[in-house]
Design a protein around this ligand. Structure first.
Ligand code: PLP
Length: 481
């Protein structure tokens, strides 16, 4: 930020907090404290980032007050002319940025985007042909008996997605999730030896299972995916390829993932969040081919509540930022820094799932330290290092305690961390874990949750972090009065 912008931002936020404090001072105080806490911690959560003040400020306006169910020019409420401007612009930026035929910017979150995608695939592939067979133009013309058979048909479809413990997301067919209940589901994993996606195994599963939807994408897989291969598999079995790029949308936007690694030219439907590596407001988005556009367009009010117009406005601002050259530089640094972080661990003898990374995250297997993911996550937090525990493939400790810690570079790269800092971060993390002992349960047995962190380690790591964090301030120049 330029000095002028920092000055404006400082006074805008200081005054906004005064306005809030006049009504509920505890919220103003919590907001100040959140900035202080975020500034003082090493944020390595792979799904988090820091959006620009322009993006954040855009969310705090009267667009929040407007109802705008429907689509641009086609609303269920009057007075949506300015929301139309906002939504059109956000969609245009998204189409241009990703080279997509169609963009739907209303989803409130990544999960909502996936629900819209599932609904639209079912509507396009199952409902429309069923109506045609019956000779009905739309569902209003169905008899009770038609409804009954349509419901059965919609509810009997198959989905193949990546398993949670291989790095997939809950919404990719995990049984307890709605995606694992509305679809008959099967999951593909990774190779038990290399930890890598095995496309032949995915293809074999797809041939046998014949899914309507093949889902690719991940939350905790530290490698790139060949989406051209995924599309070949989908085509062979007649599946719709849906790619959930929630985690790596920033690397696609920043042209780090191109060709076969760019999902947009290969998938029928692409979903994403806007707040992870893409660095926008908290929200979701669906990109689709022309073929799927009409059914995606009905996301609200079929699946979604009224659009968050203030967030769509912030999406437009963030997407405009992502179209600048500086975002490409940022995305490349995110990937380069992940290399530095991975090398930092490997050179100190730590184990990484798949032996490294070629995206924005690493999955550290902490079992060699004699710890569960839960113990590691807690000990690291004591030392001011914010991460999240994550299962590793075939995790012996299950999804709650886990054996891994997931670390990503998007947030600290936004602060300006580079190679040396990420190498140092790896060193500090190894230092914490090597000095953490598993605790015991009340009955005296080994605990998966409690732990003992060596004397002085937390303070030592905190002061080493503080030095780096001070050198790379969050929102430089932003001072609250
Ligand atoms: C984070 C994530 C989501 C969910 O996003 P929310 O905005 O939290 O709903 C969906 N899919 C993947 C792959 C994710 O990583």
């Amino acid at each position: 930020m330029s000095d002028d912008l920092s000055r404006l931002t400082s006074s805008a936020y200081s005054q906004a907090l005064e306005v809030i404090a006049a009504v509920e001072p505890r919220i103003a105080e919590a907001t100040r404290q959140e900035l202080a806490d975020q500034r003082a911690s090493l944020k390595l959560i792979a799904s988090e980032n820091y959006a620009s003040p322009a993006v954040l400020m855009t969310m705090g306006t009267w667009f929040s007050d407007k109802y705008a169910e429907g689509t641009v020019g086609h609303r269920f409420y009057a007075g949506c002319q300015n929301v139309d401007t906002v939504e059109s612009l956000a969609a245009e930026h998204a189409r241009e940025l990703f080279g997509a035929e169609y963009a739907y910017v209303q989803p409130h979150s990544g999960i909502d985007a996936n629900l819209v995608a599932f609904w639209s695939i079912l509507a396009h592939r199952v409902e429309s042909p069923a109506l045609e067979r019956i000779g009905a133009k739309n569902v209003n013309e169905l008899t009770e008996a038609d409804w009954e058979s349509l419901r059965k048909e919609l509810g009997n479809q198959r989905l193949l997605g990546m398993s949670l413990d291989a790095g997939g997301h809950l919404t990719h067919g995990f049984r307890p999730n709605i995606s694992g209940k509305m679809f008959h589901q099967q999951q593909y994993g990774t190779d038990p030896v290399t930890g890598l996606l095995d496309y032949d195994a995915v293809a074999a599963k797809a041939r046998e299972f014949k899914p309507l939807v093949l889902v690719a994408g991940y939350s905790a897989y530290p490698r790139r995916v060949d989406f051209a291969k995924m599309r070949e598999i989908a085509d062979e079995v007649g599946a719709t390829l849906m790619v959930d790029m929630a985690h790596f949308a920033g690397l696609v936007a920043g042209k780090v993932f191109t060709g076969d690694e760019d999902p947009v030219p290969h998938a029928h439907v692409v979903t994403t969040t806007t707040h992870k590596s893409l660095r926008g407001p908290r929200g979701g988005m669906v990109l689709a081919t022309e073929e799927y556009a009409p059914s995606v367009d009905r996301g609200c009010p079929m699946v979604l509540g009224g659009p968050l117009s203030h967030v769509m406005a912030a999406k437009a601002v963030a997407l405009a930022e992502a179209r600048q050259d500086s975002f490409r530089t940022y995305a490349q640094k995110v990937a380069d820094n992940a290399q530095s972080l991975a090398q930092g661990f490997l050179s100190r003898g730590a184990n990484l799932v798949t032996g490294g990374t070629d995206n924005h995250l690493v999955l550290l297997d902490v079992s060699s330290f004699g710890l569960t993911g839960r113990q590691a996550e807690s000990a690291l937090l004591d030392a001011g290092v914010v991460t999240n525990r994550n299962s590793v493939p075939n995790d012996p400790n299950g999804a709650w305690y886990t054996s891994g810690v997931r670390l990503g570079t998007p947030a600290l790269t936004t602060r300006g961390f580079g190679h040396d800092e990420f190498d140092r971060v790896a060193e500090l993390i190894v230092d914490v874990l090597a000095n953490t002992q598993p605790g015991t349960t009340k009955a005296g047995g080994p605990s998966k949750a409690s732990y003992v962190l060596g004397d002085g380690v937390a303070d030592k790591v905190k002061s080493a972090s503080a030095e780096m964090l001070d050198k790379h301030p969050l929102y430089p120049g932003l001072e609250l009065s």
